[in-house]
Design a protein around this ligand. Structure first.
Ligand code: NAD
Ligand code: TYD
Length: 352
């Protein structure tokens, strides 16, 4: 049988597809619309691999999704496809609702129709795994307990609101139509192949290009960082043993302020590629106007996933961040390719 991975040319999706095929031989069909954030080069190493097929298309195209599900005897869908960048959702929310909400709705419709036509055993074993974010829970005060699966949804950005809506839709398809859905809510990911609009790759890219390292507000906002390979291993485990109808929070118990993260990146770069003038890259740090509605702190309580499914992250932050910086230093052609055209327009609009 086969799994269908949507959004598999993006950051986490492509890491998931690569890790999946490195770990086992079950074929993968990747469906991706190749928006600005999707990059087929992420999957170049799979060229000619008969276990992988790439299809360019949208999760909103129910007819296409239906053909792929039937044609490949798909046993599970892992839905990564989304608009994913908070700042873009603030300057233009509509695409977030078109893709994350309406796209997910059409995808669920196609999956429901497919599953209805399956014979009993295949219907019982089918899974729809919806990949979501901790941002649906809103923000935490400094001393508040990390997000558990029972926390109420309180999204603050248009991105978070669109992901929260999609999570609710997925839940409704479970309750109303009995679809075997599972939702995961993960904290901030970092690692290779992340588009340099997100904090960590943006800082590496700007540092190396002699540009300002923009920190929103006081830079004391907290994120709970997880290495992307650990997110992928958690998703494999949830697919294997997670219970339909359940939600699992995924996180690495690794809370850092943004300023700490940026300073650590600067120190890694200072050691690996010192600035010609001998100064630290930290000299390029610039505090800029804060993001509107900026969530102060995210933190995940991963007790359920650890206790019920025995998952633990494998990569500690210092090691993961060093690996990530090394990846960007070793893949400057990849960065050059993705930072042309549309990327430059975005940077000009966002950072002036
Ligand atoms: P990304 O922006 O790097 O990739 C998204 C991918 O989806 C791109 O390849 C894009 O082309 C594709 N896509 C967009 N619209 C599509 C459509 N209509 N049909 C098919 N493909 C479409 O995002 P990411 O960081 O890899 O995030 C993947 C998923 O994980 C998202 O759902 C996101 O909400 C979730 N998530 C991300 C993080 C994080 O830190 N990056 C954390 C938790 C959850
Ligand atoms: P980001 O990578 O966009 O992820 P998210 O908003 O989903 O958490 O941002 C991570 C944190 O870094 C967040 O608190 C916003 C902050 N940030 C900056 O300070 N400067 C930047 O240029 C960017 C992109 C983010």
């Amino acid at each position: 049988m086969t799994i269908l991975v949507t959004g598999g040319a993006g950051f986490i999706g492509s890491n998931f597809v690569l890790d999946w095929l490195a770990a086992n031989d079950e074929p993968v069909v990747t469906l991706d619309a190749l928006t600005y954030a999707g990059n087929l080069a992420n999957l170049t190493s799979l060229t000619g691999d008969s276990r992988h097929q790439f299809v360019r298309g949208s999760i909103g195209d129910s007819a296409l999704v239906g053909r792929l599900l039937r044609g490949h005897d798909v046993r599970a869908v892992i839905n990564f496809a989304a608009e994913s960048h908070v700042d873009r959702s603030i300057s233009g929310p509509a695409p977030f609702f078109e893709t994350n909400v309406m796209g997910t709705l059409h995808l669920l419709e196609a999956v429901k129709a497919y599953v209805t036509g399956l014979e009993e055993t295949k219907r019982r074993d089918f899974r729809f795994l919806h990949v979501s974010t901790d941002e649906v829970y809103g923000t935490l005060a400094r001393d508040e307990a990390p997000f558990a699966e029972t926390n109420p949804y309180k999204p603050n950005s248009p991105y978070a609101a669109s992901k929260a809506s999609s999570d609710h839709l997925v839940r409704a398809y479970r309750e109303t139509y009995g679809l075997a859905t599972i939702v995961t809510n993960c904290s901030n990911n970092y690692g290779p192949l992340q588009f340099p609009e997100k904090l960590i790759p943006l800082i590496v890219h700007n540092a190396l290009n002699g540009k300002a390292l923009p920190l929103y507000g006081d830079g004391l906002q907290v994120r709970d960082w997880l290495y992307v390979g650990d997110h992928c291993s958690a998703l494999r485990r949830v697919l294997e043993a997670g219970k339909p109808g359940e939600t699992y929070n995924i996180g690495g118990d690794n809370q850092k302020t943004n300023i700490e993260v940026v300073r650590t990146i600067c120190a890694l770069l200072d050691a690996r590629r010192p600035r010609p003038d001998g100064a630290s890259y930290a000299a390029q740090i610039t505090h800029v106007t804060d993001r509107p509605g900026h969530d102060r702190r995210y933190a995940i309580d991963p007790t359920k996933l650890a206790g019920e499914l025995g998952w633990r992250p494998a990569v500690v932050f210092e090691e993961g961040l060093a690996k990530t910086v090394d990846w960007y230093l070793g893949n400057e052609a990849w960065v050059t390719d993705v930072t042309s055209g549309a990327y430059r327009e975005w940077v000009a609009r966002q950072y002036g």
